[in-house]
Design a protein around this ligand. Structure first.
Ligand SMILES: [Fe+2]
Length: 282
Protein backbone atom coordinates (compact mmCIF):
# COMPACT_ATOMS: atom_id res chain seq x y z
CA UNK A 1 0.00 0.00 0.00
CA UNK A 2 1.18 3.53 -0.73
CA UNK A 3 1.46 5.89 2.21
CA UNK A 4 1.91 9.62 2.79
CA UNK A 5 4.76 9.88 5.24
CA UNK A 6 5.45 13.61 5.45
CA UNK A 7 4.53 17.07 4.28
CA UNK A 8 6.62 20.04 3.28
CA UNK A 9 5.47 23.65 2.96
CA UNK A 10 7.78 25.83 0.90
CA UNK A 11 7.59 29.27 -0.62
CA UNK A 12 8.23 29.30 -4.35
CA UNK A 13 9.63 32.81 -4.87
CA UNK A 14 11.01 32.92 -8.44
CA UNK A 15 14.10 34.91 -7.37
CA UNK A 16 15.14 31.93 -5.19
CA UNK A 17 15.39 29.86 -8.38
CA UNK A 18 17.41 32.59 -10.08
CA UNK A 19 19.82 32.69 -7.11
CA UNK A 20 20.34 28.91 -7.38
CA UNK A 21 20.75 28.94 -11.15
CA UNK A 22 23.24 31.82 -11.13
CA UNK A 23 25.35 30.46 -8.26
CA UNK A 24 24.43 33.31 -5.90
CA UNK A 25 23.30 31.27 -2.88
CA UNK A 26 26.45 32.16 -0.93
CA UNK A 27 26.19 35.94 -1.39
CA UNK A 28 25.54 38.05 1.75
CA UNK A 29 21.95 38.69 0.64
CA UNK A 30 21.02 35.06 -0.07
CA UNK A 31 23.26 33.08 2.31
CA UNK A 32 21.03 33.35 5.43
CA UNK A 33 18.03 32.09 3.46
CA UNK A 34 19.85 29.16 1.86
CA UNK A 35 21.68 28.20 5.05
CA UNK A 36 18.25 27.74 6.60
CA UNK A 37 17.25 25.26 3.89
CA UNK A 38 20.09 22.84 4.62
CA UNK A 39 18.45 20.87 7.49
CA UNK A 40 15.31 20.36 5.39
CA UNK A 41 17.43 19.11 2.51
CA UNK A 42 19.35 16.69 4.72
CA UNK A 43 16.09 15.41 6.25
CA UNK A 44 14.56 14.80 2.81
CA UNK A 45 17.66 13.03 1.47
CA UNK A 46 17.52 10.68 4.45
CA UNK A 47 13.77 10.13 4.05
CA UNK A 48 14.26 9.21 0.35
CA UNK A 49 10.61 9.17 -0.74
CA UNK A 50 9.54 7.45 -3.96
CA UNK A 51 7.06 10.08 -5.09
CA UNK A 52 6.21 13.70 -4.27
CA UNK A 53 2.81 15.23 -4.88
CA UNK A 54 3.59 18.92 -5.37
CA UNK A 55 0.68 21.28 -4.86
CA UNK A 56 1.46 24.58 -6.56
CA UNK A 57 -0.03 27.15 -8.88
CA UNK A 58 0.82 27.78 -12.47
CA UNK A 59 1.67 31.43 -13.15
CA UNK A 60 0.06 31.71 -16.59
CA UNK A 61 2.83 29.56 -18.12
CA UNK A 62 1.20 26.17 -18.77
CA UNK A 63 -2.28 27.65 -18.65
CA UNK A 64 -3.16 30.99 -20.18
CA UNK A 65 -5.59 33.22 -18.36
CA UNK A 66 -8.19 32.07 -20.88
CA UNK A 67 -8.48 28.70 -19.18
CA UNK A 68 -8.34 28.46 -15.40
CA UNK A 69 -9.05 25.12 -13.71
CA UNK A 70 -9.60 25.31 -9.96
CA UNK A 71 -7.81 21.97 -9.41
CA UNK A 72 -5.64 20.16 -11.96
CA UNK A 73 -3.54 17.00 -11.83
CA UNK A 74 -0.66 16.10 -14.16
CA UNK A 75 -0.77 12.46 -15.24
CA UNK A 76 2.13 12.41 -17.72
CA UNK A 77 5.35 10.36 -17.48
CA UNK A 78 7.38 13.55 -17.64
CA UNK A 79 6.92 17.30 -17.47
CA UNK A 80 9.20 19.74 -19.31
CA UNK A 81 10.44 22.90 -17.62
CA UNK A 82 8.45 25.97 -18.68
CA UNK A 83 10.08 28.91 -20.41
CA UNK A 84 8.78 31.82 -18.33
CA UNK A 85 10.17 34.45 -20.66
CA UNK A 86 13.86 34.23 -19.76
CA UNK A 87 14.55 30.72 -21.07
CA UNK A 88 14.04 27.47 -19.18
CA UNK A 89 15.55 27.10 -15.72
CA UNK A 90 18.63 24.83 -16.02
CA UNK A 91 17.11 22.11 -13.85
CA UNK A 92 16.35 18.46 -14.69
CA UNK A 93 13.12 17.52 -16.39
CA UNK A 94 10.49 16.38 -13.92
CA UNK A 95 9.68 12.65 -14.00
CA UNK A 96 6.01 11.91 -13.41
CA UNK A 97 4.31 8.91 -11.83
CA UNK A 98 1.50 8.15 -14.24
CA UNK A 99 0.07 5.04 -12.51
CA UNK A 100 -0.41 6.81 -9.17
CA UNK A 101 -1.49 10.07 -10.85
CA UNK A 102 -4.24 8.30 -12.84
CA UNK A 103 -5.32 6.46 -9.71
CA UNK A 104 -5.52 9.81 -7.87
CA UNK A 105 -7.47 11.41 -10.72
CA UNK A 106 -10.01 8.61 -10.70
CA UNK A 107 -10.30 8.38 -6.95
CA UNK A 108 -10.59 12.16 -6.45
CA UNK A 109 -13.23 12.56 -9.14
CA UNK A 110 -15.27 9.66 -7.73
CA UNK A 111 -14.79 11.34 -4.33
CA UNK A 112 -16.52 14.43 -5.83
CA UNK A 113 -13.47 16.62 -6.53
CA UNK A 114 -13.70 17.78 -10.15
CA UNK A 115 -10.09 17.54 -11.24
CA UNK A 116 -8.89 18.77 -14.60
CA UNK A 117 -6.54 16.19 -16.13
CA UNK A 118 -3.31 17.36 -17.80
CA UNK A 119 -1.77 14.80 -20.16
CA UNK A 120 0.93 17.24 -21.16
CA UNK A 121 2.11 20.29 -19.26
CA UNK A 122 5.25 22.35 -18.68
CA UNK A 123 5.95 23.12 -15.02
CA UNK A 124 7.03 26.56 -13.85
CA UNK A 125 8.88 28.02 -10.84
CA UNK A 126 5.90 27.25 -8.62
CA UNK A 127 7.00 23.60 -8.77
CA UNK A 128 10.71 23.80 -9.58
CA UNK A 129 11.73 26.29 -6.87
CA UNK A 130 10.48 24.07 -4.00
CA UNK A 131 12.40 21.18 -5.61
CA UNK A 132 15.56 23.32 -5.72
CA UNK A 133 15.05 24.37 -2.09
CA UNK A 134 14.67 20.81 -0.85
CA UNK A 135 16.88 18.84 -3.26
CA UNK A 136 19.65 21.25 -4.31
CA UNK A 137 21.10 20.83 -7.78
CA UNK A 138 21.18 17.08 -8.54
CA UNK A 139 21.67 15.78 -12.12
CA UNK A 140 18.18 14.23 -11.85
CA UNK A 141 15.44 14.87 -9.27
CA UNK A 142 15.64 12.07 -6.69
CA UNK A 143 11.95 11.08 -6.86
CA UNK A 144 8.99 11.09 -9.22
CA UNK A 145 6.59 14.01 -9.05
CA UNK A 146 2.85 14.43 -9.46
CA UNK A 147 2.04 18.10 -10.15
CA UNK A 148 -1.24 19.28 -8.69
CA UNK A 149 -2.25 22.85 -9.54
CA UNK A 150 -4.63 25.07 -7.59
CA UNK A 151 -5.98 28.31 -8.99
CA UNK A 152 -4.81 31.19 -6.80
CA UNK A 153 -4.28 33.59 -9.69
CA UNK A 154 -7.81 34.50 -10.76
CA UNK A 155 -10.58 35.28 -8.28
CA UNK A 156 -12.27 33.20 -6.93
CA UNK A 157 -9.71 30.70 -5.68
CA UNK A 158 -10.94 27.75 -3.61
CA UNK A 159 -11.28 28.20 0.16
CA UNK A 160 -8.74 26.88 2.61
CA UNK A 161 -11.40 24.49 3.92
CA UNK A 162 -11.99 23.06 0.43
CA UNK A 163 -8.24 22.66 -0.05
CA UNK A 164 -7.95 20.84 3.30
CA UNK A 165 -10.71 18.45 2.24
CA UNK A 166 -8.90 17.84 -1.05
CA UNK A 167 -5.85 16.88 1.00
CA UNK A 168 -7.93 14.42 3.00
CA UNK A 169 -9.25 12.92 -0.26
CA UNK A 170 -5.70 12.65 -1.61
CA UNK A 171 -4.71 10.70 1.49
CA UNK A 172 -7.67 8.31 1.09
CA UNK A 173 -6.70 7.80 -2.55
CA UNK A 174 -3.01 7.20 -1.87
CA UNK A 175 -3.86 4.61 0.77
CA UNK A 176 -5.95 2.69 -1.77
CA UNK A 177 -3.02 2.36 -4.20
CA UNK A 178 -1.57 -1.13 -4.18
CA UNK A 179 2.10 -0.44 -4.83
CA UNK A 180 4.30 0.14 -1.79
CA UNK A 181 5.24 3.75 -2.37
CA UNK A 182 6.45 6.25 0.21
CA UNK A 183 4.90 9.56 -0.71
CA UNK A 184 5.58 13.11 0.47
CA UNK A 185 3.30 16.03 -0.28
CA UNK A 186 4.36 19.64 -0.80
CA UNK A 187 2.20 22.71 -0.28
CA UNK A 188 3.89 25.66 -1.93
CA UNK A 189 3.58 29.44 -2.19
CA UNK A 190 3.44 32.27 0.34
CA UNK A 191 4.16 33.45 2.85
CA UNK A 192 2.88 37.03 3.23
CA UNK A 193 3.63 39.17 0.20
CA UNK A 194 2.09 41.74 -2.07
CA UNK A 195 3.54 42.44 -5.49
CA UNK A 196 1.38 45.36 -6.52
CA UNK A 197 -0.52 48.48 -5.52
CA UNK A 198 -0.04 50.82 -2.59
CA UNK A 199 0.93 48.00 -0.22
CA UNK A 200 3.54 46.46 -2.56
CA UNK A 201 6.25 44.89 -0.39
CA UNK A 202 3.79 44.23 2.47
CA UNK A 203 4.99 41.51 4.86
CA UNK A 204 3.31 40.41 8.11
CA UNK A 205 5.66 38.40 10.31
CA UNK A 206 3.10 38.07 13.09
CA UNK A 207 0.49 36.52 10.78
CA UNK A 208 3.08 34.23 9.19
CA UNK A 209 4.35 32.99 12.56
CA UNK A 210 0.83 32.26 13.77
CA UNK A 211 0.12 30.46 10.48
CA UNK A 212 3.24 28.30 10.85
CA UNK A 213 2.28 27.47 14.46
CA UNK A 214 -1.28 26.66 13.40
CA UNK A 215 -0.15 24.37 10.58
CA UNK A 216 1.34 22.06 13.16
CA UNK A 217 -1.04 22.45 16.07
CA UNK A 218 -4.48 23.51 14.85
CA UNK A 219 -4.79 23.35 11.06
CA UNK A 220 -8.59 23.27 11.12
CA UNK A 221 -8.69 26.73 12.70
CA UNK A 222 -6.55 28.03 9.82
CA UNK A 223 -9.00 26.68 7.25
CA UNK A 224 -11.51 29.27 8.48
CA UNK A 225 -9.38 32.19 7.23
CA UNK A 226 -11.39 33.94 4.53
CA UNK A 227 -10.09 35.32 1.24
CA UNK A 228 -10.53 38.85 2.57
CA UNK A 229 -8.47 38.04 5.66
CA UNK A 230 -5.69 36.59 3.52
CA UNK A 231 -5.68 39.78 1.45
CA UNK A 232 -5.64 42.02 4.51
CA UNK A 233 -3.22 40.05 6.69
CA UNK A 234 -0.94 38.36 4.15
CA UNK A 235 -1.07 40.69 1.15
CA UNK A 236 -2.69 40.23 -2.23
CA UNK A 237 -0.53 37.20 -3.11
CA UNK A 238 -0.74 35.68 0.38
CA UNK A 239 -3.77 33.72 -0.83
CA UNK A 240 -1.21 31.21 -2.16
CA UNK A 241 -1.16 29.81 1.35
CA UNK A 242 -4.47 28.01 0.75
CA UNK A 243 -2.29 25.47 -1.06
CA UNK A 244 -0.61 24.59 2.23
CA UNK A 245 -3.98 23.31 3.43
CA UNK A 246 -4.01 20.62 0.74
CA UNK A 247 -0.71 19.33 2.13
CA UNK A 248 -1.90 19.55 5.74
CA UNK A 249 -5.21 17.82 5.02
CA UNK A 250 -3.29 14.84 3.64
CA UNK A 251 -1.38 14.35 6.92
CA UNK A 252 -2.29 12.90 10.30
CA UNK A 253 -4.23 15.10 12.69
CA UNK A 254 -1.26 14.88 15.04
CA UNK A 255 2.03 15.59 13.29
CA UNK A 256 5.59 16.19 14.40
CA UNK A 257 7.11 19.49 13.36
CA UNK A 258 10.57 18.41 12.23
CA UNK A 259 11.88 21.76 11.10
CA UNK A 260 10.95 25.30 10.21
CA UNK A 261 12.82 28.22 8.73
CA UNK A 262 11.36 31.68 8.19
CA UNK A 263 13.24 34.46 6.48
CA UNK A 264 12.47 38.03 5.42
CA UNK A 265 12.92 39.19 2.76
CA UNK A 266 13.45 36.86 -0.18
CA UNK A 267 13.04 39.28 -3.04
CA UNK A 268 9.98 41.14 -1.68
CA UNK A 269 8.43 38.12 -0.01
CA UNK A 270 8.48 36.40 3.36
CA UNK A 271 9.83 32.90 2.68
CA UNK A 272 9.48 29.78 4.77
CA UNK A 273 10.03 26.07 4.75
CA UNK A 274 8.10 23.88 7.19
CA UNK A 275 8.64 20.12 7.54
CA UNK A 276 5.94 17.97 9.13
CA UNK A 277 6.10 14.22 9.66
CA UNK A 278 3.21 11.85 10.21
CA UNK A 279 3.61 10.26 13.62
CA UNK A 280 2.12 7.11 12.08
CA UNK A 281 4.85 7.07 9.40
CA UNK A 282 6.86 3.85 9.25
FE1 LIG B 1 3.44 32.05 -6.86
Amino acid sequence: MAKIIAGIAASHVPAIGVAVDRGMTGTPYWQPLFKGYEPAREWLAKLAPDVAIIVYNDHANALSLELIPTFLIGVADSFPIADEGFGRRPVPEVRGCAPLAWHLAESLILDEFDMTIANEMPVDHGLTVPLSITCGQPPAWPFRVIPLCVNVVQYPPPTGARCFKLGQAIRRAVEKFDEDLRVVIYGTGGMSHQLQGERAGFINRQFDTAFLDGMTKDPLALTKITHTEYMREAGSEGIEMVMWHVMRGALDEDVAEVYRHYHVPASNTAAAVLVLENRSAP
